[in-house]
Design a protein around this ligand. Sequence first.
Ligand code: NOJ
Length: 557
Amino acid sequence: MGPVSDTSTETPAAPWWRDAVIYQVYPRSFADADGDGLGDLPGITARLPHLADLGVDAVWLSPVYPSPQKDAGYDVADYRGIEPVFGTLADFEALSARAHELDLRVIMDLVPNHTSADHVWFRQALAAAPGSPERARYVFRDGRGEDGVLPPNSWRSVFGGSAWTRVTEPDGTPGQWYLHLFDASQPDLDWSNPEVHEEFADVLRFWLDRGVDGFRVDVAHGLIKAEGLPDWDHDQALLNGSTASGERPPMWDQEGVHEIYREWRRVLDSYEGERILVAEAWVTPPERLARYVRGDEMHQAFNFDYLRAPWRAGELKQVVDATLQAHEVVGAPATWVLSNHDVVRHASRLGYPAGDEPASGVGPDDPQPDAELGLRRARAATVFMLALPGGAYVYQGEELGLPEVTTLPAEVRQDPAFARTGGEDRGRDGCRVPIPWEGEAPSYGFGPGSASWLPQPPEWARLSVAAQTGVPGSTLELYRQVLALRREHAMGRGALEWDEELTGGDVLAFRTRGVLVVLNLSARPVPAPAGSRVLLASADLVDGAVPTDTAAWFAPS
Ligand code: NOJ
């Protein structure tokens, strides 16, 4: 097959985001300046040079707004401020100024599907009567059955249990129900209400006025619910855009969401510079996802099909091709991602047999990953990913090869999904453990003392930034090298052309920007092509060949 995508105009003026590498900072676990065990904005600011040295283009901050932290900040009580535990608006401005000085853009996390139950709107809604304008900002409904004792429909929360909670009316009687696709502390907003639109357009302006370069949009496929809220009895564990049989759930990927993003795009386009919107939309197939990045909507969408692809050449190739083709149709760059704060870190996920990679958390009593195999594959996966055309996302700590912490005891786990399912869903805490910077003793430089909101395993001392800096072959140095070469060769602006001779039998090989990229998932070594020299490899070549579970970049010699 010929080139399937050219993601750039090849001019130096091509917008920065089309091939950007965006680094996700999970603020509570990145760096803790004040030593309370929870990361904060001054901590992030002080560590920004690490990100500049790493060679990424932008920083995306998971939510830092005032929040009771019932879902680690994805429960926002005030969209125009900073959570005091993380700092102040002045701290944010200092972070943003320092980032821009270092040539790093700053992306905020916008959470428009739901507010926190502590948001003033929700408090007003609880205090107001059924049918009031205050309730109309959320999805309040009367219950079914006698006296409305049953929830209005059969929807399940993504975190387990019913998606409805019944309120007690101000007069003390059992009352209406409100919808929450996530935790009960995260009531869904009603996006058919113009007031909600006005509020979020204003929130966008608030942060755009403060110089932010864009927004990652949480649950971007969930804002509009199907008319009449019809029952949906399928499992809700995954945020899937459709079932295997192709039925679209009434709460995901509804047509109406696109009008919201067109509205927001107009707001962003009224500002100078290239400010971006990035969809967190768990939507398949790629043609559905690509609808979020049509010319007048968002700029990028996370490619979760890629993240979830099993470690098999055929499936990986299929996802790459389908992604590039679908994005090409709408003229948007593809994106690639392997880890984030919601999934098992890829250094552990890939340590399971291909096809058995766990979707969500792992507990101490579950089958454990093969750590060595996982890291080897993770390095190969990253070297392959960062050669693909388009943008890419890196989750904090993956540049250290951090594994998922699978052994967290139940009593320290904080993900609401763990509690709401009685521990059946192990939750996402294992990928959120604070990262090690230096030193031998906890918190390994995360904070000034030993405090850390989740315990760090003792093995993390040797995985710290300091322990890996300047060490040839360390995962950190591999990331630095691959990001530098990616920039040098403008790999993200390339067009991908499969090498038909080398591709096949669990081997993938493509050319882009004059570089040949080989990923060997087969049991046999793949000899380096004649007349080529190695630019980079995720593991040492053996007798001039790319060994199993290794990726390498070659240039003509
Ligand atoms: C997706 C976020 O990434 C996740 O962490 C959060 O729990 C849900 N959206 C709800 O906001």
